[in-house]
Ligand binder design. Sequence first.
Ligand SMILES: *Cc1c(COP(=O)(O)O)cnc(C)c1O
Length: 367
Amino acid sequence: MVDAAARPSQAVLDIDLGAIVANWRSLKTRLAPGAECAGVVKADAYGLGADRVAPALAAAGCRRFFVAHLGEALEIRPLLPAGAEVYVLGGVLPGEEPEFRAGGVLPVLNDPGQVERWAGYGRRLGVALGGALHVDTGMSRLGLMPAEARSLAASPGALEGTRLGFVMSHLARSEEAVAMNAEQLAAFESLRALWPKLGASFANSSGIFLGPAYHLNLARPGAALYGINPLPGTPNPQRPVATLSAPVLQLRDIAPPQTVGYGASYAATAPTRVATIAIGYADGWLRSLSGRGQAWFQGRTLPFIGRVSMDLVTLDATAVPDLKAGDRVELMGVHRPVDDVADEAGTNGYEILTRLGSRFARRHHGA
Ligand SMILES: *Cc1c(COP(=O)(O)O)cnc(C)c1O
């Protein structure tokens, strides 16, 4: 897909595909010898365009991709080389088996019923179907419970009709230094040993930084590919990827007791220059940034004042007298790290990226 041109009045999201690839490569070099690095591109590659991100990663040598939904898998499959594998984390629901097969995409099997149906489908077709087996080691979200995994492993021929690539599990607190990580790893080691011939996949982005014991055969980073800090509270080892800028639509000077925006939540206490920019919560720039967010312009910071509204944000531009209509301020990027925006909004970088709207222009660079 070719990016549409941005109008002067539109906010723009610039996406550095070269930085995504560099982030993937740098994660890959951290892995223990022999461990492979996948790419998690669910939710439209965390809002940055799976149709552009997945092929760029494939060109760099990434061979396994993860998405959440079957529809996401079917969209990217035709854009990838024949040898690439696309796994659907949500699993395969009854009746979806033929669509997986026809689309050439693979289910992560999350419960005994999914295993039985997928294997039965393979046996009826007389083929061995690919896929992965997910075991739950503490998330209580998706995956076979340990007892279910043990009983599956104890039933002879249960996996006939499949040729599964690996067993996987997912960490609950990988970005924290807590005992639960080692406990989950131990639980996973004992469950994966039920299928000694299958590979094993465990670490997400932050899990890679927990050390080589967590790498096993296949790491599954998402967030760190897109510039989110896998090590919160310490310097970000990843490169920034996404830059969001919005144009100034209008400037005005106000004086006390004038107020700004809905609810009159901000009242001027001194002469104040207000800049109104073309972005709002309809673009995913969260309302919780009201009175807390910041924009950056040529080395200076402009605080959000008043409420974030649907299409507009108002900034205190008093300290930036040279700012004029048409200038672009940076909301996220090198000077406004996604993790800082997330802190201001009271959420995480994942939500900031995946909420990015569809109304502003997206421009991809440097594949
Ligand atoms: C989203 C997801 C990942 C990627 O996690 P990040 O923290 O973004 O690296 C890996 N595995 C599973 C099962 C996931 O749902």
